[in-house]
Design a protein around this ligand. Sequence first.
Ligand code: HEC
Length: 134
Amino acid sequence: MKKQFILIIIAFVFVCAVVIFQGNSIDNVTAARPSETSVRVENVSFQDDIQPILERRCIKCHGGEFPSEGLNVETYESLISGSQNGLVIIAGEANNSLLFQKIESGEMPKRGQHLTAEQIELIRQWINEGAQNN
Ligand code: HEC
């Protein structure tokens, strides 16, 4: 009788431990996500986040004396002034910005690998936050 009682208590403690442990790990997973995204959601910086991507992946065609399609991404001013066809960035409207459409569809960069999902997301956020020279 006593043995059974002890066994039941041990089983109960074990079940509680499993429930608490799982509860904790679920909390951790859901808690980690909002803080991860909030780091990326705010304050995308042109100089720190966007310019390095353009320099690495776009400038060899969209830079120098004869940039492709008249689009020069070397400076903020030349990027914002657009291509020979007009603006490629509409502040606050990534989905209506030709530049965003080209990278999201994978048309640009014209050669080499597509931008990563994270790079595309940074550019989307930067445009939607007003495409500032920050
Ligand atoms: C290998 C050369 C090359 C690279 C690298 C490249 N582009 Fe282009 N891009 C072109 C050419 C050429 C065009 C002209 C249209 C076409 O051929 O699709 C163009 C057109 C564009 C246009 C359309 C301009 C317009 O008004 O029609 C945008 C926007 C653009 N590129 C953005 C980018 C961005 C952003 C990157 C980097 C992520 C990039 N490109 C990398 C060659 C390149």
